[in-house]
Write a protein that binds this ligand. Structure first.
Ligand SMILES: Nc1nc2c(ncn2[C@@H]2O[C@H](COP(=O)(O)OP(=O)(O)OP(=O)(O)O)[C@@H](O)[C@H]2O)c(=O)[nH]1
Length: 303
């Protein structure tokens, strides 16, 4: 029997990892392998999902829709060796056009053993409301249009009229499958089988992201002062689309925290494991975000 694949796509910081984490924590009795792709060299998503499932495989430093397509196929073959899982969840990076991944998993050699079941696009509802240009972004559009199912994220506290407006806009784009309004109430059975009947021939030309985005990986073995970190992030954030990683502060050096920045919203949350030092990744549009200037700001925190 073929192993179903659930492909989770969505823009940078839309909530893909959070959604998958929610899914993996539901009591479903299935053995799930998760393949997560981060654009940068630090695969924080892999670390965040590790406690939730049997097998998490991180593919980093590129995009599984283009430069890492070969790695994705090798990984899928490896996952199928021995006792195959009941389900494979693939998290695309926020800069991936899912069409490249859809094309890759339709590989004729793998096809009998795998079935691309459903493509889910996580849509950040407040971002769609507040960022006027989002709906015209070719990458965002490619992610939404490739999806069988739209999963709304960040709807807590949102007016129902805002949610209706967003739903209507997506319906006008031809989208009809909407499930779960937060990561906790999505259930596997509601997600599987959705797109199975969809014809998925060789796709359209994919949206290329390599020319559009720049990334920076920044590490420090030493903890950093919290105030210096806050100041550095305040000065960097206007030019950054997404940042995430682990940080530890001199005020509590052996406690690592998970740092998340989406747009202008930054959060720090406890990490499940203790550790010292920082490993952060920043992503921005090349025409706004300069990795070397950003590195200098971050380096100044530890001098
Ligand atoms: N309030 C709220 N916050 C959310 C929700 N989903 C995600 N977030 C927050 O949004 C931030 C980004 O979430 P992730 O799940 O890492 O997003 P992602 O799409 O995996 O990000 P990338 O893969 O880096 O593009 C984190 O700070 C999450 O805690 C949600 O439904 N509600």
């Amino acid at each position: 029997m073929s192993v179903p694949i659930l492909l989770v796509t969505g823009f940078l910081g839309s909530g893909k990892t959070t959604f998958i984490n929610g899914l993996l924590h539901i009591e479903h009795g299935k053995r799930i392998a998760a393949i997560v792709n981060d654009f940068g060299a630090i695969n924080i998503d892999e670390a965040l999902l590790e406690s939730a499932t049997d097998e998490v495989i991180g593919l980093k430093n590129g995009c599984i829709c283009c430069s890492l397509q070969g790695d994705l196929l090798r990984t899928l073959k490896q996952v199928l060796v021995g006792a195959a899982p009941d389900l494979i969840v693939i998290e695309a990076s926020g800069v991936s056009d899912p069409q490249g991944i859809i094309d890759a998993v339709m590989d004729p050699v793998l096809w009998p053993a795998l079935l691309l079941d459903s493509v889910i696009c996580v849509v950040d509802v407040p971002d769609m409301i507040l960022t006027a240009e989002r709906a015209a972004d070719p990458l965002w559009l490619a992610q939404v249009m490739a999806a069988d199912i739209i999963q709304f994220s960040k709807v807590d506290g949102l007016a129902s009229s805002d949610l209706s407006k967003v739903t209507m806009r997506l319906r006008a784009m031809g989208k009809s499958g909407f499930v779960g309004l937060d990561a906790d109430n999505g259930s596997l059975s509601a997600l599987l089988g959705f797109g199975r009947a969809e014809p998925r021939g060789a796709g359209r030309a994919t949206v290329q992201s390599a020319e559009r985005f720049a990334t920076l990986e920044w590490r420090s073995d030493a903890p950093i002062p919290m105030a210096a970190f806050q100041n550095a992030i305040a000065s960097i954030s206007p030019k950054v689309l997404r940042a995430k990683g682990l940080v530890s502060f001199v005020e509590k050096p052996s406690t690592q925290l998970v740092f998340q920045l989406v747009g202008q919203r930054a959060t720090l949350a406890p990490h499940t494991e203790d550790g010292v030092g920082c490993a952060l990744v920043f992503i921005g549009e090349k025409n706004q975000f300069d990795p070397e200037t950003t590195r200098a700001v971050l380096d100044a925190m530890v001098l």
